[in-house]
Write a protein that binds this ligand. Sequence first.
Ligand SMILES: Nc1ncnc2c1ncn2[C@@H]1O[C@H](COP(=O)(O)OP(=O)(O)OP(=O)(O)O)[C@@H](O)[C@H]1O
Length: 498
Amino acid sequence: MSEAIWAHCKTRLQNELPPQQFNTWIRPLQATETDQALQLLAPNRFICDFVSDKYGQLIEQLLREVQSGEAELQLEIAAGSSRASAVQSVPLAATPPVSRGPALAVVGGTASGAAADAAESTAPPDTDTVAKQKPPSLIETTLHYGQASKSEVHEALQHQHNLVSNYTFSNFVEGKSNQLALAAANQVSENPGGAYNPLFLYGGVGLGKTHLMHAVGNALKINKPDARIVYLHSERFVADMVKALQLNAIADFKRYYRSVDALLIDDIQFFAKKDRSQEEFFHTFNALLEGGQQMILTCDRYPKEIDGLEERLKSRFGWGLTVAVEPPDLETRVAILMNKASQARLDLPPDAAFFIAQRIRSNVRELEGALKRVIASANFTRRPIDVDLVKESLKDLLALQDKQVSLDNIQRTVAEYYKIKVADLNSRRRNRSVARPRQVAMALAKELTNYSLPEIGDAFGGRDHTTVLHACRKIRELRETSSDIHEDYKNLLRLLTT
Ligand SMILES: Nc1ncnc2c1ncn2[C@@H]1O[C@H](COP(=O)(O)OP(=O)(O)OP(=O)(O)O)[C@@H](O)[C@H]1O
């Protein structure tokens, strides 16, 4: 009963709250069965308090509407969470901050499954090694030359995880898309091992998750220079664990990871289907949490959506704070470009920055790549940067983009995405299942091409330009209020521009 009511309330909340707020605070709540009340379980005290404080009244109001009358809501911390040994009821009012809960048992892992993980760990190398600063594994190097010994493994572990020094808070441009993640990261740097442990940042590629993670690490280092901050990519963790097992040095491996002050692991989606590594990471995770050492994890998706990841890990990832990083909007893209230009002591006129930001929408890494090309071309030709130079230096990229985002292509992609026919988009049919995708397609056409409103209207079955204008406004509005539409639009933008 509770679950059905909660599902209904959740849909309403999803429509009423911005996607980031919904994903961070509402999505992790789980309903349980009781006769009298809707009982919601939060993964930790922090989320419990925040929801109670900020959304308690709204949820109760929705509950009254759904149940047409009386509504009782119990917000509780789930049993087995890191900060509660049993379910605790929280009144629907602000509650004072809490201290850490009882310690967790730490159980050592076994070596079984290593061979399977070893096979899996030979995934193709990430080409973005410079941006990610994934130093070569010294364990691998020593092994390669047949010189590895336990002490060398230990030595290797001590030296191979460096922070990228220029990924700092001061170099990170704040925007609506990363506001929450930045605030959380700031908090962690001021209070490591506190309420936001682990901090779980998720979102698409090249959006600044790694940067933020390092920013916390760098800030922690400034506050405490001898702190042992370890950053590594999850593939590295897997590879090192496998090598340590092969060299009978797993005890060193365990000791090393459990002795750090903060552990920063990037792209943890790579743990998927690597059972032995998950097992080892699970124990490391528990040990660190128990010791009050901070963990920051990044992933390309929401933890619950990682296929091939054990449930107990998924649930533990939600014990601290889970925050989405979204693609930046136009203003933030311009600000990022201006920021990068000023770091490079480069004169980037605002109209040139605006032009690049308008055309390169997929992610910040692409944006940086485009700016680098423009700078190289300015240096090469000894010309000052202006819109003409930008157009020239990004000619191939823009031509490719123009080809990709023809009106025809937008219609085909949208129709395929919503599983309707292109003919439906051009038809007179007005039912929601066709009208909404049509509006999405028109809004995309306006955003991604230079066609005028009448031209877009023409391409959609000869519609008036006011219909296109209305569609653009409607979709802009819906993207603020409905996380479904927001997700759809974001996915389609990605499909069409990358
Ligand atoms: N808000 C921002 N301000 C300044 N630079 C940014 C911002 N967001 C991203 N960047 C820059 O964009 C590049 C890509 O960011 P980063 O590597 O952190 O992305 P990511 O989300 O970790 O991607 P992936 O999922 O591929 O690991 C980096 O050079 C980073 O400095």
